[in-house]
Design a protein around this ligand. Sequence first.
Ligand code: PEP
Ligand code: MG
Length: 600
Amino acid sequence: MKTDSPKKPAEKVRSKKESTLRGIPASPGISIGCVHLLQATEEEIQPRKIAPSEVKSELAHFETALASSRTAIERSREKATALAGIAVGKIFDAHLMILEDVVFREQVETRVKREQFSVDYIVFDVLGRNIEMMESQDGELFRERAADIRDVRQRLLRNLRGEGDIMPNEPTEPVILVASNLSPTHALHIDRNLVKGIATDTGGLTSHTAILARSMNIPSVVGLGDLSSRVISGDPIIINGNSGKVLIHPSAESGKEYKQKQDRYQKFMKSLENLREKPAETADGHRIQVWGNIELPLEAESVLAHGGTGIGLFRSEFLFLTRESVPSEDEQFDTYDKAADIMAPYPVIIRTFDLGGDKLHHTINLQKEKNPFLGYRAIRVCLSRRDLFRAQLRAILRASSRGNVRIMFPFVSGLEELREAKIVVKEAAEELAGNKVPIEEQIKVGVMIELPSAAMLADKLSEECDFFSIGTNDLIQYMVAADRGNDMVSAYYRSFHPAVIRMIQSTVKAAHKNNTPVGICGELGANPIATPLLVGLDIDEISTNSAFIPEIKKIVRAMTYVECKRITHRVLKLGTALEISDYLETQLKKKLADLPIWFN
Ligand code: PEP
Ligand code: MG
Protein backbone atom coordinates (compact mmCIF):
# COMPACT_ATOMS: atom_id res chain seq x y z
CA MET A 1 0.00 0.00 0.00
CA LYS A 2 1.20 3.54 -0.61
CA THR A 3 -0.33 6.97 -0.38
CA ASP A 4 -1.06 8.90 -3.54
CA SER A 5 0.98 11.87 -4.53
CA PRO A 6 -0.68 14.97 -3.07
CA LYS A 7 -0.65 16.88 -6.36
CA LYS A 8 -2.46 14.87 -8.96
CA PRO A 9 -3.28 16.80 -12.14
CA ALA A 10 -6.88 15.64 -11.76
CA GLU A 11 -7.11 17.64 -8.56
CA LYS A 12 -7.64 20.87 -10.48
CA VAL A 13 -10.89 19.71 -12.06
CA ARG A 14 -12.28 17.79 -9.14
CA SER A 15 -15.51 19.07 -7.66
CA LYS A 16 -15.37 20.44 -4.14
CA LYS A 17 -19.14 20.24 -3.77
CA GLU A 18 -20.52 18.07 -1.02
CA SER A 19 -21.37 14.56 -2.17
CA THR A 20 -22.76 11.60 -0.25
CA LEU A 21 -22.08 7.88 -0.46
CA ARG A 22 -23.78 5.05 1.40
CA GLY A 23 -21.97 1.95 2.56
CA ILE A 24 -22.26 -0.67 5.26
CA PRO A 25 -21.82 0.71 8.80
CA ALA A 26 -19.08 -1.59 10.14
CA SER A 27 -17.95 0.06 13.35
CA PRO A 28 -20.03 2.71 15.16
CA GLY A 29 -19.14 6.33 15.77
CA ILE A 30 -18.78 9.54 13.78
CA SER A 31 -15.47 10.86 12.44
CA ILE A 32 -14.78 14.22 10.91
CA GLY A 33 -11.40 14.84 9.29
CA CYS A 34 -9.26 14.60 6.19
CA VAL A 35 -8.66 11.67 3.87
CA HIS A 36 -5.44 9.67 3.97
CA LEU A 37 -5.67 7.58 0.84
CA LEU A 38 -4.00 4.22 0.67
CA GLN A 39 -3.69 2.82 -2.81
CA ALA A 40 -3.24 -0.87 -3.35
CA THR A 41 0.10 -1.61 -4.94
CA GLU A 42 -0.13 -5.34 -5.18
CA GLU A 43 2.36 -5.71 -7.92
CA GLU A 44 2.26 -8.55 -10.40
CA ILE A 45 5.41 -10.65 -9.96
CA GLN A 46 6.80 -11.67 -13.32
CA PRO A 47 8.38 -15.10 -13.88
CA ARG A 48 12.18 -14.90 -13.57
CA LYS A 49 14.29 -17.90 -14.53
CA ILE A 50 17.01 -19.03 -12.15
CA ALA A 51 20.00 -21.23 -12.82
CA PRO A 52 19.82 -24.87 -11.59
CA SER A 53 22.65 -24.04 -9.19
CA GLU A 54 20.46 -21.35 -7.56
CA VAL A 55 17.58 -23.66 -6.65
CA LYS A 56 19.04 -24.58 -3.27
CA SER A 57 19.69 -21.01 -2.17
CA GLU A 58 16.27 -19.95 -3.48
CA LEU A 59 14.59 -22.58 -1.31
CA ALA A 60 16.71 -21.59 1.68
CA HIS A 61 15.57 -18.01 1.07
CA PHE A 62 11.96 -19.26 1.09
CA GLU A 63 12.52 -21.00 4.44
CA THR A 64 13.95 -17.81 5.96
CA ALA A 65 11.05 -15.73 4.66
CA LEU A 66 8.57 -18.29 6.01
CA ALA A 67 10.23 -18.12 9.42
CA SER A 68 10.20 -14.30 9.52
CA SER A 69 6.60 -14.21 8.31
CA ARG A 70 5.64 -16.70 11.00
CA THR A 71 7.26 -14.56 13.69
CA ALA A 72 5.57 -11.46 12.28
CA ILE A 73 2.14 -13.12 12.20
CA GLU A 74 2.62 -14.33 15.76
CA ARG A 75 3.45 -10.77 16.76
CA SER A 76 0.29 -9.57 15.02
CA ARG A 77 -1.70 -12.21 16.87
CA GLU A 78 -0.27 -11.06 20.18
CA LYS A 79 -1.00 -7.46 19.37
CA ALA A 80 -4.56 -8.23 18.24
CA THR A 81 -5.13 -10.36 21.35
CA ALA A 82 -3.83 -7.69 23.67
CA LEU A 83 -5.90 -5.11 21.89
CA ALA A 84 -9.17 -6.90 21.48
CA GLY A 85 -9.09 -10.33 23.09
CA ILE A 86 -8.28 -13.85 22.00
CA ALA A 87 -11.17 -14.12 19.58
CA VAL A 88 -9.81 -11.29 17.44
CA GLY A 89 -6.27 -12.65 17.73
CA LYS A 90 -7.65 -15.80 16.09
CA ILE A 91 -7.83 -13.94 12.79
CA PHE A 92 -4.07 -14.37 12.66
CA ASP A 93 -4.31 -18.07 13.50
CA ALA A 94 -6.08 -18.40 10.19
CA HIS A 95 -3.09 -16.62 8.59
CA LEU A 96 -0.66 -19.00 10.26
CA MET A 97 -2.65 -21.96 8.94
CA ILE A 98 -2.32 -20.61 5.41
CA LEU A 99 1.41 -19.98 5.83
CA GLU A 100 2.08 -23.37 7.35
CA ASP A 101 -0.09 -25.37 5.01
CA VAL A 102 1.95 -28.43 4.01
CA VAL A 103 0.46 -28.57 0.53
CA PHE A 104 1.46 -24.95 -0.10
CA ARG A 105 5.06 -25.55 0.95
CA GLU A 106 5.31 -28.71 -1.10
CA GLN A 107 3.89 -26.99 -4.14
CA VAL A 108 6.37 -24.14 -3.88
CA GLU A 109 9.33 -26.46 -3.38
CA THR A 110 8.35 -28.82 -6.19
CA ARG A 111 7.67 -26.03 -8.64
CA VAL A 112 10.89 -24.14 -7.90
CA LYS A 113 12.83 -27.36 -8.48
CA ARG A 114 10.91 -28.38 -11.57
CA GLU A 115 10.26 -25.05 -13.29
CA GLN A 116 13.32 -23.17 -12.03
CA PHE A 117 11.63 -19.84 -11.54
CA SER A 118 12.44 -17.48 -8.68
CA VAL A 119 10.63 -18.35 -5.47
CA ASP A 120 8.80 -15.01 -5.24
CA TYR A 121 7.11 -15.68 -8.57
CA ILE A 122 6.16 -19.24 -7.55
CA VAL A 123 4.74 -18.03 -4.21
CA PHE A 124 2.83 -15.30 -6.02
CA ASP A 125 1.42 -17.81 -8.50
CA VAL A 126 0.58 -20.67 -6.11
CA LEU A 127 -1.26 -18.41 -3.66
CA GLY A 128 -2.75 -16.46 -6.55
CA ARG A 129 -4.47 -19.62 -7.78
CA ASN A 130 -5.89 -20.22 -4.31
CA ILE A 131 -7.13 -16.64 -4.19
CA GLU A 132 -8.80 -17.04 -7.57
CA MET A 133 -10.43 -20.28 -6.48
CA MET A 134 -11.84 -18.68 -3.34
CA GLU A 135 -13.01 -15.58 -5.19
CA SER A 136 -14.84 -17.69 -7.77
CA GLN A 137 -17.10 -19.09 -5.03
CA ASP A 138 -20.22 -17.35 -3.83
CA GLY A 139 -20.42 -15.96 -0.33
CA GLU A 140 -18.79 -13.57 2.08
CA LEU A 141 -16.79 -16.34 3.78
CA PHE A 142 -14.94 -17.29 0.62
CA ARG A 143 -14.20 -13.64 -0.09
CA GLU A 144 -12.88 -13.32 3.44
CA ARG A 145 -10.70 -16.39 3.00
CA ALA A 146 -9.37 -14.95 -0.27
CA ALA A 147 -8.55 -11.69 1.53
CA ASP A 148 -6.66 -13.63 4.21
CA ILE A 149 -4.59 -15.48 1.60
CA ARG A 150 -3.86 -12.18 -0.15
CA ASP A 151 -2.72 -10.70 3.15
CA VAL A 152 -0.40 -13.65 3.87
CA ARG A 153 0.95 -13.46 0.31
CA GLN A 154 1.79 -9.79 0.69
CA ARG A 155 3.52 -10.42 3.97
CA LEU A 156 5.52 -13.33 2.60
CA LEU A 157 6.53 -11.39 -0.50
CA ARG A 158 7.65 -8.46 1.65
CA ASN A 159 9.76 -10.84 3.69
CA LEU A 160 11.19 -12.44 0.54
CA ARG A 161 12.25 -8.94 -0.54
CA GLY A 162 13.72 -8.33 2.91
CA GLU A 163 11.31 -5.46 3.60
CA GLY A 164 10.02 -6.92 6.87
CA ASP A 165 6.75 -5.82 8.32
CA ILE A 166 6.96 -2.08 7.91
CA MET A 167 3.85 -0.50 6.46
CA PRO A 168 4.88 2.29 4.12
CA ASN A 169 3.39 5.76 4.21
CA GLU A 170 1.72 5.74 7.56
CA PRO A 171 -0.08 8.97 8.44
CA THR A 172 1.69 11.45 10.65
CA GLU A 173 -1.34 13.47 11.74
CA PRO A 174 -4.98 12.60 12.57
CA VAL A 175 -6.72 11.30 9.43
CA ILE A 176 -9.52 9.16 8.06
CA LEU A 177 -8.04 6.21 6.24
CA VAL A 178 -9.59 5.53 2.84
CA ALA A 179 -8.63 2.44 0.86
CA SER A 180 -10.05 0.21 -1.78
CA ASN A 181 -9.45 -2.68 0.55
CA LEU A 182 -7.65 -2.83 3.88
CA SER A 183 -6.01 -6.07 5.01
CA PRO A 184 -6.31 -7.21 8.64
CA THR A 185 -2.52 -6.93 8.94
CA HIS A 186 -2.62 -3.34 7.81
CA ALA A 187 -5.62 -2.59 10.02
CA LEU A 188 -3.68 -3.90 12.98
CA HIS A 189 -0.73 -1.62 12.27
CA ILE A 190 -2.94 1.40 12.39
CA ASP A 191 -1.95 3.99 14.93
CA ARG A 192 -5.11 4.43 16.97
CA ASN A 193 -4.08 7.97 17.92
CA LEU A 194 -3.86 9.06 14.31
CA VAL A 195 -6.49 7.04 12.46
CA LYS A 196 -9.86 8.45 13.47
CA GLY A 197 -11.93 6.54 10.94
CA ILE A 198 -11.77 3.94 8.20
CA ALA A 199 -13.69 3.86 4.92
CA THR A 200 -13.19 1.16 2.29
CA ASP A 201 -14.61 0.35 -1.13
CA THR A 202 -14.97 -3.37 -0.39
CA GLY A 203 -15.73 -5.47 2.68
CA GLY A 204 -18.77 -6.53 4.62
CA LEU A 205 -19.97 -6.46 8.20
CA THR A 206 -18.18 -9.68 9.06
CA SER A 207 -14.95 -9.01 7.18
CA HIS A 208 -11.91 -9.41 9.41
CA THR A 209 -10.96 -5.79 8.94
CA ALA A 210 -14.41 -4.70 10.10
CA ILE A 211 -14.08 -6.95 13.16
CA LEU A 212 -10.69 -5.41 13.98
CA ALA A 213 -11.97 -1.88 13.46
CA ARG A 214 -14.85 -2.60 15.85
CA SER A 215 -12.45 -3.95 18.46
CA MET A 216 -10.25 -0.89 18.13
CA ASN A 217 -13.31 1.37 18.41
CA ILE A 218 -12.49 3.10 15.14
CA PRO A 219 -15.65 4.31 13.36
CA SER A 220 -15.78 2.55 9.99
CA VAL A 221 -17.86 2.25 6.87
CA VAL A 222 -17.16 -0.49 4.33
CA GLY A 223 -18.61 -1.55 0.99
CA LEU A 224 -18.56 2.02 -0.38
CA GLY A 225 -18.05 1.03 -4.01
CA ASP A 226 -15.73 3.59 -5.57
CA LEU A 227 -14.94 5.99 -2.73
CA SER A 228 -11.17 5.55 -3.08
CA SER A 229 -11.25 6.75 -6.67
CA ARG A 230 -13.33 9.82 -5.79
CA VAL A 231 -10.98 11.29 -3.20
CA ILE A 232 -7.36 12.21 -2.73
CA SER A 233 -5.37 12.65 0.45
CA GLY A 234 -6.29 15.84 2.22
CA ASP A 235 -9.93 15.95 1.07
CA PRO A 236 -12.31 16.81 3.94
CA ILE A 237 -14.60 13.90 4.78
CA ILE A 238 -17.15 12.80 7.37
CA ILE A 239 -17.89 9.15 8.02
CA ASN A 240 -20.84 7.92 10.03
CA GLY A 241 -20.22 4.40 11.27
CA ASN A 242 -23.74 4.27 12.71
CA SER A 243 -25.60 4.79 9.47
CA GLY A 244 -23.03 3.98 6.77
CA LYS A 245 -23.21 7.52 5.35
CA VAL A 246 -20.06 9.22 4.06
CA LEU A 247 -19.88 12.91 3.11
CA ILE A 248 -17.06 14.05 0.83
CA HIS A 249 -16.27 17.79 0.94
CA PRO A 250 -19.00 18.43 3.53
CA SER A 251 -20.49 21.91 3.53
CA ALA A 252 -20.00 24.18 6.54
CA GLU A 253 -23.56 23.41 7.71
CA SER A 254 -23.00 19.65 7.44
CA GLY A 255 -19.75 20.03 9.33
CA LYS A 256 -21.55 21.83 12.16
CA GLU A 257 -24.44 19.36 12.18
CA TYR A 258 -22.11 16.36 12.37
CA LYS A 259 -20.02 17.90 15.11
CA GLN A 260 -23.21 18.12 17.20
CA LYS A 261 -24.12 14.52 16.31
CA GLN A 262 -20.65 13.39 17.27
CA ASP A 263 -20.95 15.07 20.69
CA ARG A 264 -24.38 13.56 21.29
CA TYR A 265 -23.17 10.14 20.24
CA GLN A 266 -20.26 10.26 22.64
CA LYS A 267 -22.59 11.30 25.46
CA PHE A 268 -24.95 8.45 24.64
CA MET A 269 -22.14 5.90 24.70
CA LYS A 270 -21.09 7.12 28.14
CA SER A 271 -24.65 6.62 29.35
CA LEU A 272 -24.45 2.89 28.45
CA GLU A 273 -21.46 2.23 30.63
CA ASN A 274 -23.35 1.48 33.83
CA LEU A 275 -25.86 -0.93 32.25
CA ARG A 276 -23.71 -4.04 32.36
CA GLU A 277 -24.97 -5.40 35.66
CA LYS A 278 -28.54 -4.19 35.21
CA PRO A 279 -31.30 -6.47 33.93
CA ALA A 280 -33.30 -5.85 30.74
CA GLU A 281 -36.43 -4.99 32.70
CA THR A 282 -39.13 -2.49 31.82
CA ALA A 283 -39.94 0.31 34.28
CA ASP A 284 -43.02 -1.69 35.41
CA GLY A 285 -41.11 -4.91 36.05
CA HIS A 286 -41.41 -7.05 32.88
CA ARG A 287 -38.07 -8.76 32.35
CA ILE A 288 -36.61 -10.27 29.19
CA GLN A 289 -33.19 -11.76 28.55
CA VAL A 290 -30.64 -10.12 26.27
CA TRP A 291 -28.08 -12.61 24.98
CA GLY A 292 -25.31 -12.67 22.41
CA ASN A 293 -24.76 -14.31 19.03
CA ILE A 294 -21.28 -15.74 18.53
CA GLU A 295 -19.24 -17.49 15.89
CA LEU A 296 -16.10 -18.19 17.89
CA PRO A 297 -16.15 -19.48 21.48
CA LEU A 298 -14.03 -16.65 22.80
CA GLU A 299 -16.52 -14.06 21.62
CA ALA A 300 -18.45 -15.19 24.68
CA GLU A 301 -16.10 -12.95 26.68
CA SER A 302 -17.37 -9.98 24.75
CA VAL A 303 -20.98 -11.01 25.40
CA LEU A 304 -20.31 -11.03 29.14
CA ALA A 305 -18.39 -7.76 28.95
CA HIS A 306 -21.40 -6.14 27.29
CA GLY A 307 -23.76 -7.44 29.97
CA GLY A 308 -25.25 -10.39 28.05
CA THR A 309 -26.54 -13.23 30.22
CA GLY A 310 -26.40 -16.09 27.73
CA ILE A 311 -25.53 -17.14 24.20
CA GLY A 312 -28.69 -17.33 22.12
CA LEU A 313 -26.95 -18.51 18.96
CA PHE A 314 -23.56 -20.14 18.58
CA ARG A 315 -23.11 -20.49 14.80
CA SER A 316 -21.13 -23.73 14.98
CA GLU A 317 -20.63 -24.01 11.22
CA PHE A 318 -17.89 -21.41 11.57
CA LEU A 319 -15.72 -24.30 12.74
CA PHE A 320 -15.71 -25.43 9.14
CA LEU A 321 -15.12 -22.19 7.48
CA THR A 322 -11.56 -21.38 8.39
CA ARG A 323 -10.32 -24.80 7.36
CA GLU A 324 -10.17 -27.29 4.56
CA SER A 325 -11.28 -30.41 6.44
CA VAL A 326 -14.16 -31.52 8.67
CA PRO A 327 -13.55 -30.64 12.37
CA SER A 328 -13.11 -33.72 14.57
CA GLU A 329 -15.35 -34.55 17.54
CA ASP A 330 -12.57 -33.73 20.02
CA GLU A 331 -11.83 -30.42 18.38
CA GLN A 332 -15.52 -29.56 18.46
CA PHE A 333 -15.77 -30.59 22.09
CA ASP A 334 -12.92 -28.22 22.98
CA THR A 335 -14.66 -25.40 21.18
CA TYR A 336 -18.11 -25.93 22.73
CA ASP A 337 -16.65 -26.60 26.15
CA LYS A 338 -14.67 -23.36 26.01
CA ALA A 339 -17.80 -21.32 25.30
CA ALA A 340 -19.75 -23.18 28.00
CA ASP A 341 -16.94 -22.62 30.48
CA ILE A 342 -16.73 -18.88 29.79
CA MET A 343 -20.50 -18.42 30.08
CA ALA A 344 -21.26 -20.77 33.02
CA PRO A 345 -23.75 -20.70 34.64
CA TYR A 346 -25.44 -18.75 31.85
CA PRO A 347 -26.88 -20.80 28.98
CA VAL A 348 -25.17 -21.44 25.66
CA ILE A 349 -27.37 -22.46 22.73
CA ILE A 350 -25.28 -24.34 20.19
CA ARG A 351 -26.91 -24.43 16.81
CA THR A 352 -26.02 -27.58 14.88
CA PHE A 353 -24.20 -26.99 11.59
CA ASP A 354 -26.04 -24.62 9.27
CA LEU A 355 -23.98 -25.42 6.19
CA GLY A 356 -25.31 -24.75 2.72
CA GLY A 357 -27.16 -21.67 1.48
CA ASP A 358 -24.37 -19.10 1.41
CA LYS A 359 -22.20 -21.03 3.87
CA LEU A 360 -20.83 -23.61 1.48
CA HIS A 361 -18.01 -26.01 2.25
CA HIS A 362 -16.28 -28.06 -0.37
CA THR A 363 -16.44 -31.26 1.71
CA ILE A 364 -20.22 -31.02 2.06
CA ASN A 365 -21.66 -29.06 -0.82
CA LEU A 366 -20.23 -31.16 -3.59
CA GLN A 367 -22.68 -30.12 -6.27
CA LYS A 368 -23.52 -26.65 -7.40
CA GLU A 369 -27.24 -26.13 -6.77
CA LYS A 370 -29.52 -23.84 -8.70
CA ASN A 371 -31.24 -22.65 -5.53
CA PRO A 372 -28.87 -23.26 -2.61
CA PHE A 373 -31.15 -21.40 -0.17
CA LEU A 374 -33.94 -23.85 -1.03
CA GLY A 375 -31.60 -26.76 -1.16
CA TYR A 376 -29.24 -28.99 0.71
CA ARG A 377 -28.80 -26.95 3.83
CA ALA A 378 -28.52 -27.16 7.64
CA ILE A 379 -30.61 -29.94 9.23
CA ARG A 380 -31.04 -31.54 5.80
CA VAL A 381 -27.26 -31.94 5.54
CA CYS A 382 -27.03 -33.23 9.11
CA LEU A 383 -29.80 -35.79 8.69
CA SER A 384 -28.23 -37.17 5.54
CA ARG A 385 -24.66 -37.06 6.89
CA ARG A 386 -25.20 -38.95 10.14
CA ASP A 387 -21.44 -39.34 10.67
CA LEU A 388 -21.07 -35.59 10.79
CA PHE A 389 -24.22 -35.02 12.84
CA ARG A 390 -23.46 -37.73 15.38
CA ALA A 391 -19.92 -36.43 15.93
CA GLN A 392 -21.26 -32.93 16.49
CA LEU A 393 -23.99 -34.07 18.86
CA ARG A 394 -21.52 -36.19 20.82
CA ALA A 395 -19.24 -33.15 21.15
CA ILE A 396 -22.13 -30.95 22.30
CA LEU A 397 -23.37 -33.58 24.74
CA ARG A 398 -19.90 -33.99 26.22
CA ALA A 399 -19.74 -30.22 26.76
CA SER A 400 -23.24 -30.37 28.29
CA SER A 401 -21.85 -31.89 31.48
CA ARG A 402 -21.24 -28.31 32.58
CA GLY A 403 -25.03 -28.00 32.80
CA ASN A 404 -25.53 -24.87 30.69
CA VAL A 405 -25.48 -26.18 27.11
CA ARG A 406 -28.53 -26.40 24.85
CA ILE A 407 -28.94 -27.80 21.34
CA MET A 408 -30.78 -26.00 18.56
CA PHE A 409 -31.69 -27.31 15.10
CA PRO A 410 -31.74 -24.87 12.17
CA PHE A 411 -33.96 -24.96 9.10
CA VAL A 412 -36.58 -27.29 10.52
CA SER A 413 -39.64 -27.34 8.26
CA GLY A 414 -41.84 -29.59 10.39
CA LEU A 415 -42.12 -32.30 13.00
CA GLU A 416 -40.40 -34.90 10.81
CA GLU A 417 -36.94 -33.32 11.05
CA LEU A 418 -37.35 -32.49 14.74
CA ARG A 419 -38.29 -36.07 15.61
CA GLU A 420 -35.53 -37.56 13.48
CA ALA A 421 -32.93 -35.20 14.91
CA LYS A 422 -34.05 -35.97 18.46
CA ILE A 423 -33.57 -39.68 17.79
CA VAL A 424 -29.95 -39.01 16.79
CA VAL A 425 -29.48 -36.96 19.99
CA LYS A 426 -30.91 -39.85 22.01
CA GLU A 427 -28.65 -42.38 20.30
CA ALA A 428 -25.57 -40.24 20.82
CA ALA A 429 -26.52 -39.69 24.48
CA GLU A 430 -27.00 -43.45 25.04
CA GLU A 431 -23.69 -44.19 23.41
CA LEU A 432 -21.90 -41.72 25.70
CA ALA A 433 -23.78 -42.85 28.80
CA GLY A 434 -22.85 -46.47 27.93
CA ASN A 435 -19.21 -45.39 27.96
CA LYS A 436 -19.72 -43.57 31.26
CA VAL A 437 -19.04 -40.18 29.71
CA PRO A 438 -20.76 -37.53 31.84
CA ILE A 439 -23.50 -35.60 30.02
CA GLU A 440 -26.54 -33.49 30.91
CA GLU A 441 -29.30 -36.07 30.61
CA GLN A 442 -32.11 -33.56 30.42
CA ILE A 443 -30.36 -31.39 27.84
CA LYS A 444 -32.73 -28.81 26.37
CA VAL A 445 -33.42 -29.13 22.67
CA GLY A 446 -34.81 -26.25 20.62
CA VAL A 447 -35.90 -25.38 17.12
CA MET A 448 -35.09 -22.35 15.01
CA ILE A 449 -38.21 -20.85 13.58
CA GLU A 450 -36.91 -19.64 10.26
CA LEU A 451 -39.23 -21.30 7.78
CA PRO A 452 -42.86 -20.18 7.47
CA SER A 453 -43.94 -23.83 7.68
CA ALA A 454 -42.29 -24.15 11.11
CA ALA A 455 -43.93 -20.93 12.28
CA MET A 456 -47.34 -22.20 11.18
CA LEU A 457 -46.70 -25.41 13.10
CA ALA A 458 -45.51 -23.64 16.25
CA ASP A 459 -48.25 -25.30 18.33
CA LYS A 460 -47.11 -28.77 17.33
CA LEU A 461 -43.37 -28.14 17.38
CA SER A 462 -43.53 -26.50 20.79
CA GLU A 463 -45.10 -29.64 22.24
CA GLU A 464 -41.99 -31.57 21.31
CA CYS A 465 -39.11 -29.23 22.06
CA ASP A 466 -37.91 -27.05 24.92
CA PHE A 467 -37.49 -23.65 23.26
CA PHE A 468 -37.78 -21.71 20.04
CA SER A 469 -35.51 -19.10 18.54
CA ILE A 470 -36.88 -17.09 15.65
CA GLY A 471 -34.34 -16.65 12.87
CA THR A 472 -35.75 -13.58 11.20
CA ASN A 473 -32.93 -13.35 8.64
CA ASP A 474 -34.22 -16.47 6.95
CA LEU A 475 -37.85 -16.26 8.03
CA ILE A 476 -38.22 -12.93 6.22
CA GLN A 477 -36.52 -14.11 3.03
CA TYR A 478 -38.70 -17.21 2.82
CA MET A 479 -41.90 -15.31 3.65
CA VAL A 480 -41.50 -12.54 1.10
CA ALA A 481 -39.47 -14.56 -1.43
CA ALA A 482 -36.56 -12.11 -1.48
CA ASP A 483 -33.03 -13.53 -1.26
CA ARG A 484 -31.42 -11.98 1.81
CA GLY A 485 -28.12 -11.43 -0.03
CA ASN A 486 -29.43 -10.15 -3.35
CA ASP A 487 -29.17 -6.35 -3.72
CA MET A 488 -31.58 -6.38 -6.64
CA VAL A 489 -34.47 -7.42 -4.43
CA SER A 490 -33.38 -5.87 -1.16
CA ALA A 491 -36.30 -3.40 -1.33
CA TYR A 492 -38.63 -6.40 -1.02
CA TYR A 493 -36.78 -7.80 1.97
CA ARG A 494 -38.92 -5.94 4.47
CA SER A 495 -38.13 -6.76 8.06
CA PHE A 496 -41.25 -4.96 9.27
CA HIS A 497 -43.55 -6.55 6.71
CA PRO A 498 -46.88 -6.89 8.56
CA ALA A 499 -47.01 -10.58 7.63
CA VAL A 500 -43.67 -11.11 9.37
CA ILE A 501 -44.87 -9.34 12.51
CA ARG A 502 -48.09 -11.37 12.55
CA MET A 503 -46.13 -14.56 12.10
CA ILE A 504 -43.90 -13.73 15.06
CA GLN A 505 -47.00 -12.95 17.09
CA SER A 506 -48.73 -16.24 16.27
CA THR A 507 -45.53 -18.21 16.91
CA VAL A 508 -45.09 -16.71 20.37
CA LYS A 509 -48.75 -17.24 21.27
CA ALA A 510 -48.72 -20.89 20.18
CA ALA A 511 -45.44 -21.61 21.94
CA HIS A 512 -46.49 -19.94 25.18
CA LYS A 513 -49.59 -22.12 25.32
CA ASN A 514 -47.15 -24.99 25.80
CA ASN A 515 -44.92 -22.92 28.11
CA THR A 516 -42.17 -22.98 25.50
CA PRO A 517 -40.02 -19.83 25.66
CA VAL A 518 -39.33 -17.95 22.44
CA GLY A 519 -36.17 -16.04 21.59
CA ILE A 520 -35.17 -14.13 18.51
CA CYS A 521 -31.68 -14.43 17.05
CA GLY A 522 -32.03 -12.80 13.63
CA GLU A 523 -30.92 -9.25 12.87
CA LEU A 524 -34.38 -7.85 13.63
CA GLY A 525 -33.45 -8.32 17.29
CA ALA A 526 -30.57 -5.87 16.86
CA ASN A 527 -32.75 -3.15 15.36
CA PRO A 528 -33.48 -0.69 18.19
CA ILE A 529 -36.85 0.36 16.80
CA ALA A 530 -37.99 -3.27 17.00
CA THR A 531 -37.24 -3.62 20.72
CA PRO A 532 -40.52 -2.20 22.15
CA LEU A 533 -42.45 -4.29 19.60
CA LEU A 534 -40.60 -7.49 20.50
CA VAL A 535 -41.26 -6.85 24.19
CA GLY A 536 -44.93 -6.22 23.38
CA LEU A 537 -45.07 -9.45 21.36
CA ASP A 538 -43.87 -11.26 24.50
CA ILE A 539 -40.55 -12.43 23.13
CA ASP A 540 -38.64 -13.92 26.07
CA GLU A 541 -35.11 -13.36 24.86
CA ILE A 542 -33.31 -11.25 22.27
CA SER A 543 -29.96 -12.51 21.05
CA THR A 544 -27.73 -10.25 19.06
CA ASN A 545 -24.19 -9.21 18.27
CA SER A 546 -22.67 -8.29 21.64
CA ALA A 547 -22.12 -4.64 20.67
CA PHE A 548 -25.91 -4.04 20.62
CA ILE A 549 -26.65 -5.58 24.02
CA PRO A 550 -26.30 -2.39 26.13
CA GLU A 551 -28.45 -0.36 23.76
CA ILE A 552 -31.23 -2.93 23.78
CA LYS A 553 -31.14 -3.02 27.55
CA LYS A 554 -31.33 0.75 27.65
CA ILE A 555 -34.44 0.74 25.45
CA VAL A 556 -36.17 -1.99 27.44
CA ARG A 557 -35.46 -0.12 30.65
CA ALA A 558 -36.78 3.14 29.20
CA MET A 559 -40.18 1.61 28.36
CA THR A 560 -43.05 0.18 30.36
CA TYR A 561 -44.59 -3.16 29.42
CA VAL A 562 -47.94 -1.38 29.15
CA GLU A 563 -46.47 1.02 26.57
CA CYS A 564 -44.91 -1.84 24.63
CA LYS A 565 -48.28 -3.62 24.53
CA ARG A 566 -49.98 -0.45 23.32
CA ILE A 567 -47.36 0.01 20.58
CA THR A 568 -47.71 -3.61 19.51
CA HIS A 569 -51.49 -3.38 19.42
CA ARG A 570 -51.21 -0.41 17.07
CA VAL A 571 -48.51 -2.04 14.88
CA LEU A 572 -50.71 -5.09 14.34
CA LYS A 573 -53.33 -2.82 12.82
CA LEU A 574 -50.98 -1.23 10.28
CA GLY A 575 -50.84 -2.40 6.68
CA THR A 576 -47.34 -1.81 5.32
CA ALA A 577 -43.74 -2.21 6.45
CA LEU A 578 -43.10 1.50 6.03
CA GLU A 579 -46.09 2.47 8.16
CA ILE A 580 -44.86 0.11 10.86
CA SER A 581 -41.24 1.26 10.83
CA ASP A 582 -42.24 4.94 10.74
CA TYR A 583 -44.60 4.44 13.65
CA LEU A 584 -42.00 2.53 15.68
CA GLU A 585 -39.42 5.18 14.95
CA THR A 586 -41.70 7.97 16.13
CA GLN A 587 -42.58 6.12 19.32
CA LEU A 588 -38.98 5.39 20.19
CA LYS A 589 -37.79 8.88 19.35
CA LYS A 590 -40.30 10.25 21.86
CA LYS A 591 -38.69 8.10 24.55
CA LEU A 592 -35.04 8.21 23.61
CA ALA A 593 -34.05 11.10 21.38
CA ASP A 594 -30.35 10.34 21.53
CA LEU A 595 -30.07 6.84 20.12
CA PRO A 596 -27.25 6.59 17.55
CA ILE A 597 -29.70 5.41 14.89
CA TRP A 598 -31.13 8.91 14.68
CA PHE A 599 -27.71 10.29 13.72
CA ASN A 600 -27.85 9.81 9.98
C1 PEP B 1 -31.51 -16.30 10.94
O1 PEP B 1 -31.82 -16.89 9.91
O2 PEP B 1 -32.16 -15.33 11.38
C2 PEP B 1 -30.32 -16.69 11.71
C3 PEP B 1 -30.06 -16.14 12.87
O3 PEP B 1 -29.49 -17.60 11.15
P1 PEP B 1 -28.39 -17.26 10.04
O4 PEP B 1 -28.34 -15.77 9.90
O5 PEP B 1 -27.12 -17.85 10.52
O6 PEP B 1 -28.95 -17.94 8.84
MG1 MG C 1 -30.91 -18.78 9.45
